[in-house]
Design a protein around this ligand. Sequence first.
Ligand code: C2E
Ligand code: CA
Ligand code: CA
Length: 406
Amino acid sequence: MLTLLVDDDNFVLHVLSHQLEHIGREGIISYTQADLALAYLADNPSTIDLIFCDLQMPGMDGIEFIRRLATVDYSGALVIMSGEDERILHTAEKLARAHHLNVIGHLIKPSSLGAVEKLVAKVSDLRIESNAAPGAYSSDDLDNAITQGQLLNYYQPKVDLSNGKIVGVETLVRWAHPKDGLIFPDMFIELAEEAQLIDTLTRVVMRMALEHGCEWRRNGIDLGVAVNVSMDNLKSMDFPDYVQQTLNETDYPASHLTLEVTESRLMSDPLATLEVLTRLRLKRIGLSIDDFGTGHSSLSQLRDAPFDELKIDRGFVHGATDNRSQRAIFEGSLNMARQLGIKAVAEGIEDVSDWNYVLSTGCNFAQGYFIAKPMPAGDIAEWLSQWQEFYTRLNDDGDRQPGAIQ
Ligand code: C2E
Ligand code: CA
Ligand code: CA
């Protein structure tokens, strides 16, 4: 696969090409004009898996390039470069992500070999996307998938930062599509909500999760289980009874179950939702406010609903060490959790500096690829036995990569 460099400064292109070649990237194509780079991409789709793009360029600038890149369905990795203020770089990154581009980071010019090397290493870590495009599935496809048992649960561990103990797992649903492979939930949750399939989906996912939770307990692994629920689930008044019944049938303790709630769509009936949430809490089921800080989860929800956990969105966690705005929001959210007397979870710990930063803030729990990627239920026991050893080493020398043990 080829690498595409776009910068109006020939010297920058020259240095970066050398650095890339030095670390073994072959096939580098450079352009000083963004429109020509786009034309190349349009003619040669799927030959490029990495693009470095400058922000400040005469003619088409980096921001416009990013917007156009999204329209040519580029699915490789993107690195944004600038000699500008880091905040501008972060904003550009966000913009690119909002266009569903795979931004693997940014590069402050002049580029250092170490920084380029780190970025290139991330290209191979990119999630292997299925061939399916958004909107590729109909509600009938999903309906069939649910009834034919094609949904699978993956589980991502949640660690107590004060002692490294795994306190629970978050359930993340996958669709094992017979032709397209493993499909991630961002491809079908919205569809499930629109097609009124979300109740069935949540019930299937929850039952599987509680059954796995019981199986772990039988094997001496006592883990809490968190299940993501949609606001739409909380509209049905019989939802708490359904959850209670499933807990009874699977013999899983209510206090070990947490429901994670994101306000993905507007609350159509806030009173009814509040009633459902309160009844769930009365049953000792944990309630977690998910993606906190993203605008999906509002402060008024936190004020009104009986949440006992707050998950700080990964947008404020990963990279916080060198982003003052992120740290301000992270620490603000953490303080709010403390004052409300609820636990805080940091999502999206991707590297050792995220880990060290979050640890230093006194946040309660952590989740992220650095600790473990989501995995099938059967892998949890083996992962657990390795985690303790890595955690010990992490404490000893501070910069191991436990995520690498999978
Ligand atoms: P979420 O609840 O915020 O879940 C965390 C997502 O971040 C997961 O993506 C997880 O794989 C990913 N993640 C975990 N650690 C890291 C990290 O260190 N770095 C990065 N970049 N990402 C990380 P996934 O599995 O693709 O799920 C996406 C979203 O789909 C979830 O976001 C959740 O909102 C939704 N979802 C998943 N399962 C269900 C479900 O059963 N029901 C409903 N209603 N929604 C679900
Ligand atoms: Ca979640
Ligand atoms: Ca989240």
